[in-house]
Ligand binder design. Sequence first.
Ligand code: MG
Length: 291
Amino acid sequence: MSYHRGHRRRRRNGLCGHGLCAVCVLCGLFYSSACAVEYLPGVAWPEPEVVTPGKTNSQPPSDSIVLFDGKDLTEWNDDGSWKVEDGAMIVGNRDIRTKKKFGDCQLHIEWQMPNPPRGQGQHRGNSGIYFMPHYERGRNLFWKYEIQILDSYDNKTYFDGQAGAVYKQSPPMVNAMRPPGEWNTYDIVFTAPRYAEDGSLKSPAYVTLVHNGVLVHNHFEMSGPTSYIAPPAYTGHADRLPIGLQNHGHKVRYRNIWVREIPPIVGTQEHVPMLRAGDLRWPVDEERPEE
Ligand code: MG
């Protein structure tokens, strides 16, 4: 009933639904002709490539490198101890690394904790995702940018060592863990650090992590690669290195692993940023010229 009363009132004022639209269009025309100034950034951008997404957001897009599709370990260097069973790869006796090397990348990976759970704290379903694993030869330190894998469902440990932690640098913002036996997903955006020619750090590593659809790190700035025994330190390494998975003695299962390389978008500054009105153009930091 209230709809009909309101409708009649608007019609008496000449402002029914259609009338309002007409007024808005007229206002828009007047505004655009009176204030027809356009900002011109002056940057020529490359056209974004067309990528065909997967049928679901968990499935690999057309430009991804599939690291494990449930069949075999051909994309990995392993010692034969990692097994493929029921479409999952199961942690073996050593860490495992990809044959290909990566810098900036987007990684999708699914993982499942042993069920029933056994052990407590760090001794329950421990593994990890290693970006850019490498040795610092002088001190014989093993470095990597590690996102922790752990059974953190009803299992307390130090917070910067629980599932979703940037190991010993930051806990996840929330604990989005699924119970043992269910599959967890990580969608990770990793930005590799940049080094100058003299080995000094130009820009640090960053990580964004979505755990089971829940954001737990938002462009987190890493203070260096991670280590169990040493404080984080940027000591220089190659631009591209493998991705690794940790053996910590627990039979964690992985499936549906794919990665996309994500080169930064680079445009060409063709002219300084300008404003335009009709045939007039002027730099944004200058007065509008007389017509
Ligand atoms: Mg670990």
